[in-house]
Design a protein around this ligand. Sequence first.
Ligand code: PMV
Length: 343
Amino acid sequence: FLSKSGCVCFKSFPNIAIVKYWGKTNIQIPANPSISFTLQNSFTQTAIEYTYGSNSGNIDFEFLFEGEKQLNFERKLRVFFERVMEFLPWLRYYSLKINSSNNFPHSSGIASSASSYSALALGLAKIHLEVTGIELSNHNISQLARLGSGSACRSAYGGWNLWGVSDFKHSSNLYAIQINHITHPLFKHINDAILVVNNQQKKISSTVGHQLMDSHPYREGRIQQANNNISQLSGALSNGDWNKFSEICESEALSLHGLMMSSTPSYTLLEPNSLSIIQKLRLFREQNNISICFTIDAGPNIHVLYPDSDKDIAEEFIEKELKNYCTNNMVIYDKIGKGPIEI
Ligand code: PMV
């Protein structure tokens, strides 16, 4: 390898899944395919300084999150680096100084692991190019991100993405692929208002949730449901069928939480205010006949989705009726974005 030193910096964005990834085998191989879109306003920015000359033969890195050392992140990163070592053998001979920060509040219902690991994967791929002269493909970069956090592979690109073996050509369990070419203009400008019901760290992590799927009584049914929803959703996305989209979207969100409630041990992440928001939203939709629906990640916060055509009426409703159910009236207005950028 070339004995170089330098600094790379990438901005990457979280994504929100419509068909959820829930359950996995080693290492981050999903039990079912998933579809998401990448956001635009919330981001992680990660700078990596690299210097040749680590003499330890081990991975030598320092990690600062928002200027501070974080031991639990460091532990997770060590596992990640051990996994990606076979693709990036130069890692053994370099020292890395990683500085990462988010522009969105911690535990605000936005999956920061997706933006963090995709930003890191992009930075490592750039260093790989600098020190070996070999350019990694987008699929390879998505694959690296997956080894940090499964859903991160879908944040390697902007717009709509699919991860996991399905009817889509070139789909894979190892990396995500872009599916923007199938999406109707209605879904190319989708908005996501994140209603922060609770911003505390969730009690049960996604890692534990995935594990509980191994012996879940509804495991096979869930896999079948997700596969079926992938084909239904791709139909809705290409036809511009908002009603079908919103039916699948809400059923997926509530199924995810249903799986949590029916695992052993069982648990709930939804809160009374999450349910109040859902009820209000459904009533408002019935009365006003507008394109609006919700999805939920592994937490109590509600993502309200609406196309540009209904943006004004949806945001007025959120401000007037839904905001009151949020902690400190916290709503993060986001939307579909173009994907990671180098700074
Ligand atoms: O990538 P992980 O291991 O944090 O799992 C994420 C799982 C969900 O966010 C609940 C769903 C998804 O597909 O993003």
